[in-house]
Design a protein around this ligand. Structure first.
Ligand code: G3I
Length: 369
């Protein structure tokens, strides 16, 4: 007994050390390397490598990148005859240096347009804009940017087409034109239609019709991007699965392009409540300003695990899963739909520590293989 005790101590210590170091060296991109890309969305500061610790986390965990904001048209094309590629060049160089899959977000989107674009009122001018915009940007990064969100968020919640400045000036034809222009500028780039809530039944019907129509009219659509701004209890795994199956039946790849899971209440979930400002600063709407309680931390981990379990089941149909941000501190969900809250939607916390959600994603792979 005298000898067994120190021996047992040594073995347990050894086991504990090796488990910890395994955790420290394991990464999402390695765990899922045979399944699909694991991506993240980078802020301008992350592209410019302002924080070394964040940078090593990004390089360790992810093998695909999207620019969270800097490739939107208000930044890349601020004036009619002026493009600004300073940051997008850095973004692409970052991806190339680190051998990452590079995704372009986004070419044709009604939001975050430059002010001059919003003033375009006739079809001739809009046609010229689309041609110049898509051709200039996609050609510039030909062979470097692997895939593009060609059209972003063209649908309403009921599946009808959004009355955007593009639809108003050009009619439905703008959709197929955008895909044709992008394919012409870089025939090898993968072209996606990207939207949120398109796993919901009505909007899904609209997205399927839209993709079918673009293809029928000769446009090249390689994939659909389901953004995945989700909640702890919805959408259901069944609806997500139906979406994967129905989209891939169209012959396109399915990507989850902006995944995050809010743990905070939404104004519109409260029956009879009014939305937005009224809740600013209200403790009820910002229940975890200091830390996330264990019970919710566990729920988030379970939710991520069940989502990824489904993704693994359909890995042959899924090209990429990208988280919308590297860590909780950076998430847009801290300021939307109410400004200044503390949300916890990602697998890493604001101090870059991995959360139970992260562990649950690694565990899923350990038990599977
Ligand atoms: O850069 C300015 C800064 O100079 C200024 O001081 C500050 C004051 O508010 O604003 C900064 O710009 C903000 C920008 O993010 C960069 O941080 C904008 O106000 C803010 O509106 C913008 O929000 C972005 C949002 O798209 C805009 O539509 C979020 O970061 C970004 O995560 C979000 O991403 C979208 C996807 O592109 C499309 N799908 C939905 C998704 C979430 O909304």
């Amino acid at each position: 007994m005298k000898f067994i005790k120190p021996y047992l101590f040594a073995v347990t210590t050894l086991l504990a050390v090796s488990c910890t170091s395994q955790k420290e060296t394991a990464s999402l991109k390695d765990a899922y390397k045979n399944d699909f890309y694991i991506g993240t969305a980078l802020s301008a500061d992350q592209i410019e490598v302002k924080k070394v610790k964040e940078d090593s986390l990004i390089r360790k965990e992810f093998n695909a990148i999207t620019a969270e904001n800097i490739m939107k048209s208000m930044y890349t094309h601020p004036e009619k005859d002026k493009y600004d590629f300073a940051l997008s060049d850095k973004f692409v160089a970052y991806g190339e240096k680190n051998k990452m899959f590079i995704h372009g977000h986004t070419l044709i989107w009604h939001s975050q347009l430059a002010p001059w674009m919003e003033k375009i009122a006739d079809s001739t001018e809009m046609k010229a804009f689309m041609q110049d915009h898509i051709n200039t940007i996609v050609s510039k990064y030909k062979g470097k940017i692997n895939s593009w969100d060609v059209v972003n968020e063209a649908l309403n919640e009921d599946g009808t087409l959004r009355q955007s400045v593009f639809l108003k000036t050009l009619g439905e034809k703008y959709l197929v034109d955008a895909f044709k222009l992008a394919a012409k500028a870089d025939p090898k780039a993968e072209l996606y239609y990207n939207d949120y809530n398109i796993e919901e039944p009505a909007k899904r019907v609209g997205a399927i019709a839209l993709i079918k129509k673009i293809k029928a009219e000769g446009g090249k659509v390689d994939g659909v991007g389901i953004q995945g701004h989700w909640r702890l209890n919805s959408p259901s795994i069944e609806e997500i699965e139906k979406s994967i199956l129905e989209y891939s039946a169209l012959g396109v790849k399915v990507a989850f392009t902006e995944l995050d899971i809010t743990v905070l209440p939404n104004p519109w979930d409260l029956k009879g409540a009014e939305i937005s400002q009224k809740f600013e600063g209200s403790a009820k709407m910002n229940p975890y300003p200091k830390a996330l309680p264990d019970s919710i931390q566990n729920k988030l981990a379970e939710r991520y695990a069940s989502i990824f379990k489904l993704f693994l089941k359909h890995k042959d149909k899924i090209s990429r899963v990208t988280f919308w941000g590297v860590h909780d501190g950076q998430s847009w969900l801290n300021d939307w739909p109410i400004k200044g809250r503390t949300n916890y939607p990602l697998p890493f916390d604001k101090d870059l520590r991995h959360k139970k959600a992260y562990d649950s994603l690694l565990k899923l792979k350990e038990t599977k293989e």
